[in-house]
Design a binder for this molecule. Structure first.
Ligand SMILES: NC(=O)c1ccc[n+]([C@@H]2O[C@H](COP(=O)([O-])OP(=O)(O)OC[C@H]3O[C@@H](n4cnc5c(N)ncnc54)[C@H](OP(=O)(O)O)[C@@H]3O)[C@@H](O)[C@H]2O)c1
Length: 414
């Protein structure tokens, strides 16, 4: 992996919500050029190319096929930012182009979750390794500015003098995703447990890991999960989904969970028991997306709530205008007292995540989050789904879960 490039030329696959977030974050990243964009529809590609040019991240080109982008000779690394069910085909195409020497791409970064099942995640890792690609798993919460700063302070000042932290709590909640495929269990891989618990378990595992040791220094011993349908199966809300997505989402007959709870028991190298407690939902109606993180140890604690912002604005009922997400992600209102995150790309972690991936790929270093971490996350999620299905705690290692498909993903694809 001895690469040394002054500027990393990246090609983006996917032109939706998260592609825009990544582009906006890239203005805080050095030594990078957004060189190419691919998704199926020309108008989407043009939108993202224009944004890249406007942000001065180019020159950037729209490619009508993934192979054209891979074979252009102008792209070093691919950022996979397309829906979960498209991942493996895209990764296979990258693998084939590189192993057949049609492409000089040498690195790949992939959005969360790495895959829908353990065997899919393992295949993503195998394909990247077989093609000799450097790989990064895009879990932004690990790079959230409060997580970077909070973890550094807790471990340097408190854990070093009074003992390691033992409990991490995480919650990520909002009022529901913005595109139909998220609500379709077979495409997405599940419901909110797959979509958002992937953040919570990984940021918790990261906070609990000694900064001087690898993530593998913690072993998962057991997981216990609960899933529920709290809001979106109610007839009025199921109808809202059907209307919003032209019948493509059927939450009466094919629902996926809108609430999930997880307990993950881990052990460190000295046999200390550690705990992750996490809650995620698509049934939270507050000002917008709420990320709540806590880390507790014998003489200390840290806590972060993304909606407890320093900046707030108040708008009376006389202030009217269009609905938007210009104050916080998944914003639910435009009047009253509103929290504002003045640098969402930074606070949510995209800027530091992309800076880290770009620097690692440019220099041929292994990122702190790789496809191996993405696989470990999927193992925890699948264990949680299995636990919820059988109503029992699942002990790890759980080798029988390799081909396990969550109930809602199974039902939806039948
Ligand atoms: N880190 C986070 O907090 C976070 C937040 C949101 C999403 N995500 C992740 O990001 C990924 C994308 O989510 P999103 O919210 O951006 O979804 P989205 O808004 O629905 O956009 C999906 C994009 O993928 C493109 N696409 C669909 N099928 C494709 C294919 N076969 N090949 C290439 N492009 C394809 C679509 O464009 P065309 O129709 O033009 O192909 C569209 O631009 C998901 O894995 C999701 O889990 C992460």
């Amino acid at each position: 992996m001895a690469v040394q490039k002054d500027t990393l030329n990246i090609g983006i696959v996917g032109t939706g919500f998260i592609a825009e977030f990544h582009l906006r974050s890239m203005i805080g990243v050095r030594n990078v050029r957004v060189a190419g964009v691919y998704s199926r529809q020309a108008e989407n590609r043009e939108r993202i190319v224009s944004l890249a040019q406007k942000l001065d991240l180019g020159p950037c080109v729209s490619f009508a096929s993934l192979d054209q982008m891979l074979e252009s000779g102008d792209v070093d690394a691919i950022w996979i930012l397309s829906p979960n069910h498209t991942r493996l085909d895209i990764m296979k195409q990258i693998h084939d182009a590189v192993t057949e020497k049609r492409s000089n791409v040498f690195a790949v970064a992939c959005e969360k979750p790495l895959a829908r099942t353990i065997s899919e995640a393992r295949e993503m890792l195998r394909l990247a390794a077989d093609a000799g690609l450097n790989h990064g798993y895009l879990e932004n919460q690990v790079f959230c500015t409060p997580v970077l700063r909070g973890k550094e302070i807790i471990w340097r000042r408190a854990a070093s003098t009074t003992g390691r932290p033992y409990l991490a709590r995480a919650a990520e909640e909002h009022s529901g995703p913005h595109a139909p495929w998220f609500w379709q269990g077979d495409k997405q891989g599940g419901g909110v447990l797959s979509d958002m618990m992937c953040h919570s378990v990984e940021v918790s595992r990261h906070l609990l890991t000694d900064p001087d040791k690898p993530r593998s220094s913690l072993k998962v011993k057991a997981v216990n999960g609960t899933v529920a349908n709290l809001k979106w199966t109610r007839p009025k809300y199921a109808q809202q989904l059907a209307d919003r997505y032209g019948g493509a989402v059927d939450f009466i007959n094919r629902p996926s969970e809108d609430f999930a709870r997880a307990t993950v028991i881990l052990e460190d190298e000295e046999g200390n028991e550690l705990m992750i407690e996490a809650t995620t939902s698509w049934a939270y109606v507050g000002a917008g997306l709420r990320i709540q993180l806590e880390l507790l140890g014998p003489e200390y604690s840290m806590e972060f709530n993304s909606l407890s912002t320093g900046l707030k604005v108040f708008m009376s009922r006389e202030v009217t205008g269009e609905e938007g997400e210009d104050l916080v992600e998944k914003q639910n209102a435009e009047q009253g007292l509103m929290p504002v995150l003045e640098d969402e790309a930074g606070v949510y972690g995209y800027t530091d995540e992309n800076r880290h991936m770009v620097e690692c790929f440019r220099k041929g270093l292994t990122p702190s989050e790789t496809f191996e971490d993405g696989l470990a996350v999927v193992q925890m999620l699948i264990g949680l789904y299995r636990s919820a299905e059988i109503g029992q705690t699942v002990s790890f290692p759980a080798d029988d879960l390799e081909d396990y498909v969550p109930l809602v993903a199974r039902v939806a694809s039948s």
